[in-house]
Design a protein around this ligand. Structure first.
Ligand SMILES: NC(=O)c1ccc[n+]([C@@H]2O[C@H](COP(=O)([O-])OP(=O)(O)OC[C@H]3O[C@@H](n4cnc5c(N)ncnc54)[C@H](OP(=O)(O)O)[C@@H]3O)[C@@H](O)[C@H]2O)c1
Length: 276
């Protein structure tokens, strides 16, 4: 395999492959020192300064560059039949690799439902869903590859990739934004600086993840909406109106999203829930 791109996702993939005993022969990154740093972690891998030279070293070539750079990089390289090229983007399908397909290469998309930031850790792949779009035989190879990483591959209709990726962005990036908002409000309420507010939120968030893992939906939903506690919700809304009016709309929309789960959980009186 050849890895073109040594950022968060490329590094995580390289380290995951190395842990699974799969050889990465060549690594390229726009900045050579970044390719060198990743290649140093992958037994047998060589950092190359030229993307074409790197691509030629792989039967399977991974374009692990930002979404907007995939098609231009693919178009800049020479491809041949017998070679396969994949990208890691969630919101796009194989259309980004049309230049390689025209030259006879197999093309595919391989998107991990995971977030990669900080030092690469092979355990980050365990149990991760991987949305695959490819034709056989590449599709079978990508399924095999995903399983070697300890991940769980599934096919995804290319037309559904934008919606699928919006879901991933809500869960991952939306979650971080919600924590940022909660930390800001906690800071205003208790005079805590942001890092400390986040630290105090972490046990709560771990509890939520634990409940989601152990109980699933809708049981993991607790709080005033699940209890149909109108008086407490009114206190929240009044406090936000006074101290943080910019977050009122978000709070109301989140409560709206909780309602179907609360109805499904049926922990509260249905009439009081309907009144909410
Ligand atoms: N990070 C994640 O959590 C995650 C999760 C799932 C999927 N993905 C997907 O993985 C792919 C890579 O994302 P990433 O987060 O790893 O990106 P990243 O950390 O920003 O790394 C990007 C890599 O591409 C190179 N690069 C940046 N701009 C480029 C350009 N215009 N032309 C050519 N190379 C360029 C960078 O080179 P230098 O740094 O050397 O300049 C680096 O090697 C994307 O398709 C993304 O959707 C990412």
């Amino acid at each position: 395999m050849a890895l073109l791109g040594a950022g968060g996702a490329g590094s995580a993939l390289g380290v995951g492959l190395a842990a699974a005993g799969i050889a990465v022969t060549a690594v390229w990154s726009r900045r050579f020192e970044r390719a060198q740093a990743l290649a140093a972690q992958l037994p047998g891998a060589e950092a190359l300064a030229d993307p074409q030279a790197a691509a030629e070293r792989g039967a399977l070539v991974v374009l692990a560059v930002p979404d907007s750079a995939i098609a231009p990089l693919c178009a800049q390289l020479r491809w041949r039949a017998g070679q396969a090229v994949i990208h890691l983007a969630g919101a796009y399908g194989r259309e980004l690799l049309a230049a390689a397909a025209r030259a006879g290469a197999e093309t595919g998309a391989f998107h991990p439902l995971q977030t990669f930031a900080g030092p690469a850790d092979p355990r980050a792949w365990h149990g991760v869903g991987i949305a695959i779009d490819a034709d056989p035989p590449l599709a079978d190879e990508l399924v095999w590859l995903a399983r070697q990483l300890g991940a769980e591959p599934f096919p995804l209709d290319p037309a559904q990739r934008p919606l699928y990726h919006a879901a991933a962005a809500i869960a991952a990036n939306g979650f971080v934004a919600l924590v940022g908002t909660a930390a800001e409000l906690l800071g205003r309420a208790a005079g805590l600086e942001r890092a400390r507010a986040v630290r105090h939120l972490l046990p709560l968030l771990r509890g939520v993840l634990h409940n989601l893992e152990q109980l699933g939906l809708p049981q993991a939903l607790t709080g005033p909406v699940a209890r149909a506690d109108r008086a407490t919700l009114e206190r929240h809304v009044a406090a936000l109106a006074q101290a943080a009016p910019e977050w009122q709309t978000l709070y109301r929309e989140l409560c709206r999203a909780m309602l179907p789960l609360a109805r499904e959980r049926a922990a509260a009186d249905p009439e009081r829930l309907a009144a909410l």
